[in-house]
Design a protein around this ligand. Structure first.
Ligand code: MF3
Ligand code: CO
Ligand code: CO
Length: 332
């Protein structure tokens, strides 16, 4: 059920939603102004590029299904992406520009021997996407310094061993308000619930069925125009992974399939428009929006998150947290 502004807040405080996690004042932001974009960063010659960089050809969007050998390569790309995201996220802070974060990320990709998949993908000029506050996705790193109270999604895709690994997380700048923490925490939980709902030989729609009602029960809206995507040798392959329930989609998932789950949740309406740069998607009402993303593998029993480091670390959350949250009684 969609939560209404006069309903009791989902957090259990007993206050109306509009006086608690739906507080309009805490969620009113000026539009994010676009700054200056620095020149694309150089990648050493020894690092292999995807075909869309070398030939300009974006491969067709075929389903991405792995065997043992390709999965080993994909795991490596995903571990690199997880590491880049962690190390870039550590640098988020007041006064840091999104271009500073792009440099940090770029240097980690290169250190780990990977190509930043975003760089020159369909003309994208930087090595990560940085989407601040009311920017829904595809923000281009620039010279805007982060401010107290901002949120920023950092989206990392690494190409190595012929495979792309894609992951993102939303970080707070300074101390978050309860309203903003609610958006970010709910978006992470929605992503993990969507992943936890995956079952082999069952509908892909299980993901959206887990995400959309959960988001709406907390007063958030789910972006429809962008979804997850098959991933592996292709950056954006089949299937298209909707995060809102789409009754026309009757596709079934099978073991070995690899795709991303990456819902964008909006604290306002999920309506947005593209900036003149051809990438940045601004929420029409400038209300903050958050996103988390993992690359996942469909297994014989469910799904495994691939975008973790070799020792299991990630900035985007693990299934342990969602399983724990669902099996223990609510304490707040
Ligand atoms: N990483 C984004 C995704 O999750 C895609 C970014 S494409 C870029 O699919 F060109 F904007 F970088
Ligand atoms: Co991504
Ligand atoms: Co993606």
């Amino acid at each position: 059920m969609k939560l209404k502004t006069n309903d009791p807040c989902w957090c259990g405080s007993g206050h109306k939603h509009k006086r608690c996690h739906g507080d309009r004042h805490a969620l009113t932001y000026p539009p994010v102004t676009l700054g200056r974009v620095s020149p694309p960063r150089a990648v050493p010659d020894g690092i292999a590029r995807p075909s869309y960089v070398t030939t300009g050809i974006v491969p067709p969007q075929t389903p991405q299904i792995q065997d043992a050998a390709s999965l080993t390569r994909l795991r490596r790309a995903c571990a690199v992406a997880a590491e880049v995201l962690l190390r870039t996220g550590e640098q988020v802070g007041i006064g840091v520009t999104t271009d500073d974060l792009d440099r940090v990320a770029h240097d980690v990709y290169v250190e780990l021997g990977a190509y930043p998949s975003d760089l020159h993908y369909r003309g994208f000029p930087k090595s990560i996407c940085t989407s601040v506050n009311g920017v829904v996705c595809h923000g281009i790193p620039d010279d805007r310094p982060l401010e107290e109270g901002d949120i920023i999604n950092i989206d990392v895709t690494a190409y190595i061993d012929g495979m792309h690994g894609d992951t993102s997380a939303t970080f707070h700048v300074g101390t978050p308000t309860a309203a903003l923490a609610g958006l970010v925490d709910t978006t992470r939980d929605a992503t993990l619930r969507g992943i936890a709902a995956i079952r082999p030989f069952e509908p892909l729609q299980r993901i959206a069925e887990a995400i959309e009602p959960f988001a709406e029960s907390r007063g958030y809206s789910v972006v429809r125009e962008y979804g997850g995507h098959g991933i592996g040798e292709s950056f954006h392959g089949a299937p298209h992974v909707s995060h809102h329930v789409d009754r026309r989609d009757d596709s079934i998932v099978v073991p070995g399939m690899t795709f991303t789950v990456e819902p964008m949740l909006c604290s306002g309406r999920a309506r947005f428009h593209q900036a003149a740069d051809g990438w940045t998607e601004h929420a029409d009402d400038n209300r903050p929006s958050a996103q988390f993303e993992h690359t996942v593998l469909v297994t014989d029993t469910g799904a495994e998150i691939l975008t973790v480091t070799t020792d299991g670390r990630t900035a985007a959350g693990t299934l342990d947290t969602v399983n724990a949250a669902r099996s223990s009684p609510r304490t707040t």
